[in-house]
Ligand binder design. Structure first.
Ligand code: HEM
Length: 484
């Protein structure tokens, strides 16, 4: 009897799947549902989204719809057509899927806060005078941490370390001290954060194994406590960024529990990208001696003698800026996603029109195009430190596809309404960090033939990529600061 019911139910399910399954309609992008009903391409997508989407691009072209765990996602890979998605705030919505993600990862719900109000608040705090103060504070913390961490202090003694952990740990702690101003627990927060960050992509995809689920939950709770406003340093004279944010949350009506959880979201947003960027940048320099020499030559040309001026503010650094753009082109992999809330006709730059269905998602993945598109960037897989430099040493920002100048030739900071608020702060922090490293430390690969580790492919779509493994380096204090 049980078997009969089981077989009947199975048969019913198969019939439902066959009859309810979707087919491509006139004017819709090519549809690729994958072989497994409902799940579609979810496994391949989660394992290595860049590889999967590159395969789909080869098969279908610049626009196609794929089925991923019950959702139909239209992927648009023509940067000349991005504005049709980025500028549409009527048929496309970015806040709903973001809200779902925040709930999954951070158990966070802030129904009373409008995304525009939060964005406005953030913008005020990462611009103008506030930004200058944050930059100065970051510079002091970086110097203190870098020099205090060199316990050896003897220029003759080398220290070995993994470049990724070194960069992430230093930039994270300096950023934390700058924004959260809690001196006493920076290292503990960093260690706990790395555990949480390690499982973050699985949390987002609901693919945690049982043991991992427990670690993620405990780690999240521990971080909530460590960041909790109760532990805020009330003696501090000036209001820290975190205290102002706390005030903002209270004003906007977030309850005490959600305030606590919102701090973890902000810790992740503000600290998860700078460390990995600095790792890739220094890693590329160490494995490309001609690029390292060009950056050092540029630094030698800066006036380092005047202690009252910040050499990085007083001078242009076009070589460094090009190295940073090239690093981010190769390692920043955000996915810009919108929900289709009304049926929409998307007009491509070619003039072709496609119908997007209500309830589907649209997704841009600039890592694939423009950033790694061979029609835009020659030999896109190679690191070329001067790719973003003109011959007269000005910034190169003219790139073309099909003869048309691109508005988006690299998109590391996102685009449209939720473009990175902290871009200027991040650029300044990475620049200060690399500058300090190169002027204060001798730095070399443990194995001169070593290559950069491969990318952790599960992180495509989550901002800056992270390596799978590390790059072993050794470093020591320079005898004199400016001996380069
Ligand atoms: C290299 C470092 C960084 C990179 C590559 C980066 C990249 C990005 C990207 C791609 C987004 C958009 C995400 C999306 O569309 O879903 C974003 C958003 C954001 N970033 Fe950054 N970021 C960096 C560092 C920072 C730093 C240091 C801060 C602040 C201290 C910051 C603050 C923010 C904030 C607040 C948002 C949310 C904006 C919104 O939702 O409206 N970022 N970032």
């Amino acid at each position: 009897m049980l078997w009969t019911i089981f077989l009947l139910l199975n048969g019913l399910l198969i019939l439902v799947l066959i009859y309810s399954s979707r087919t491509r309609q006139k004017n819709e992008p090519p549809l690729d549902k994958g072989l497994i009903p409902w799940l579609g391409h979810a496994l391949e997508f989660g394992k290595d989204a860049a590889k999967f989407l590159a395969r789909m691009k080869d098969k279908h072209g610049d626009i196609f719809t794929v089925c991923v765990a019950g959702h139909y996602v239209t992927v648009l890979l023509d940067p000349n057509s991005f504005d049709g998605v980025l500028n549409d705030t009527i048929c496309l919505d970015f806040s709903r899927s973001k809200k779902q993600l925040l709930e999954k990862i951070f158990c966070l719900q802030l129904p009373s806060i409008k995304p525009t109000a939060e964005r406005k608040w953030m913008e005020q705090h990462f611009r103008g005078l506030n930004l200058s103060k944050l930059n100065s504070s970051m510079s002091v913390h970086l110097q203190n941490l870098l020099l205090s961490d060199q316990k050896c202090c003897s220029p003759s003694q080398w220290t070995k370390d993994g470049l990724f952990s070194l960069c992430y740990s230093l930039l994270f702690r300096a950023g934390y001290l700058t924004l959260f101003e809690k001196q006493e627990n920076a290292s503990v927060v960093y260690e706990e954060f790395r555990k949480f960050d390690h499982l973050l992509t699985k949390l987002a995809r609901c693919s945690l194994k049982r043991g991992e689920s427990q670690i993620a939950t405990l780690s999240r709770e521990r971080l909530w406590e460590l960041l909790s406003p109760n532990c805020l340093n009330s003696e501090s004279e000036s209001k820290s960024w975190q205290q102002s944010y706390h005030h903002f949350l209270q004003q906007e009506g977030a309850d005490a529990e959600m305030q606590k959880r919102a701090f973890l979201l902000q810790l992740w947003t503000t600290q998860c990208n700078a460390g990995p960027s600095a790792f890739w940048l220094l890693g590329f320099l160490l494995t490309h001696p001609e690029a390292m020499e060009a950056v050092k030559t540029e630094i030698r040309g800066l006036n380092l003698q005047n202690p009252h001026t910040d050499p990085l503010k007083a001078h242009n650094t076009p070589v460094f800026d090009s190295v940073l753009s090239e690093t981010l082109r190769l390692t920043a992999a955000v996915m810009i996603s919108r929900e289709v809330v009304q049926d929409k006709i998307l007009r491509m730059a070619s003039g072709q029109e496609y119908h997007l269905r209500r309830g589907d998602r649209v997704c841009l993945f600039p890592f694939l195009s423009p950033q790694n598109d061979p029609l835009i960037h020659q030999q896109p897989e190679s690191f070329k430190y001067d790719r973003f430099l003109n011959e007269d040493m000005t910034v190169r920002d003219k790139f073309y596809k099909d003869g048309k100048r691109l508005k988006y030739h690299t998109v590391p900071w996102g685009a449209g309404r939720n473009i990175c608020v902290g871009k200027d702060f991040a650029v300044s922090a990475i620049k200060q960090f690399v500058f300090l490293f190169l002027t204060h430390l001798d730095l070399e690969l443990c194995d001169p033939e070593a290559k950069l580790p491969p990318v952790n492919t599960s992180r495509y779509g989550f901002g800056m990529l992270q390596p799978d493994g590390d790059l072993q380096i050794r470093y020591r204090l320079k005898r004199t600061q400016h001996e380069m």
